[in-house]
Design a protein around this ligand. Sequence first.
Ligand SMILES: [Zn+2]
Length: 384
Amino acid sequence: MAAPPPCSEERRENPITELTSYDELLVELDRIKRVSAGRIAVETIGQSSRGRDMFVATVGSGPKVVLIAAEIHGNEKTGPDAVLELLDYLGTSDSSRAKQVRDQLTVVAMPKINPDGSALDRRGNDMTWQEVQARLPQLLNAQPAWNYYTDTRQGDDYSQRPGFDINRDYNPNLDYQPQDFPGASDQPGWFVSPETQAVRDVYRSLQAEFGAVDTYIDLHHQGACYTVAGTDRYVTMSLSGKFVTDPATPAGAEYADFADTYRPEYSQRLNVAAYNALQVAAIQNPDFGNITLYPQDIDLPCTGLGSFQLNGSGAVLFEVRGQTQTLGQQHREMLTQAVYIGLDGILSSIASGQVNQLDPAAYDRIPLTDRGQRTTTDVTDFEF
Ligand SMILES: [Zn+2]
């Protein structure tokens, strides 16, 4: 096997102007709402730590809810672009495929759930521990959360503007009241950020209205230099449907309360639907074939995926190649397209009912990721 072409995880100053900024998102959501002639509703779901409005866009009137979240890490920017493209399609297309999705599903998209981090083009949000303590007096003597950044991460200096990795701020107990700090990566988070509170509240209101959130999809980026195991091809995107230890196993005993709602096989089927759609697209562009399984030996109840999966949603992680500090907007079109194709594959498969015919064992046949090119030990560079 030939060596892959050179690839570096070193931070570079890359342009990102082709990727949708927060201000452009406002314009684009407004445009999509108008051209959809009433099919797309856009609502404000709260404000970020720095007062930016957060949005949810809804399309479809079906009984099954698919909730899509993008850019919880502000340097992971293909998600919003793919979501906007998807909304545009679902809001305007008269194809039978789009109609079936609208009839069978209610698609709820949160295109930029960390707008402050997005504006700073960094992983963490822009909220201090002191602000958290001021809002939650019971934390006055608590140690700062383990996921509170005050140093340098992924080349970004947080010393002057500290912030949280808010994708460690979720708790499977959606009623949780913050305590138990500083916590750890394999422990639940706290809903201390207004951003995760807003997502949690959307999830809960959908549960109340529809009985359940059928599917939750979270859009991320990962390292730039991973290869498809056994090949010299760089990974375009990794997928996963596993985020916590199975509550039905002894090792997952701490999640026993969720044993009845956890549906690992459904998550596997959803991932297979995305994988299959990308393999079909690979006939046109081989890059879409370079899809792998994200490492499965993780236990992250503090993530949106871990928490919502325990609450009964089928869950899918997309991990696109390269965050902005390494790739910037390089390969933007192809990578955004890969996300779009994966999302469309999942929605079509649920809407047609085909997802139930898929073999969950096919999930285990998705190629593994070779992380051999890893060049730094900062784990935040590599985790979703
Ligand atoms: Zn991420």
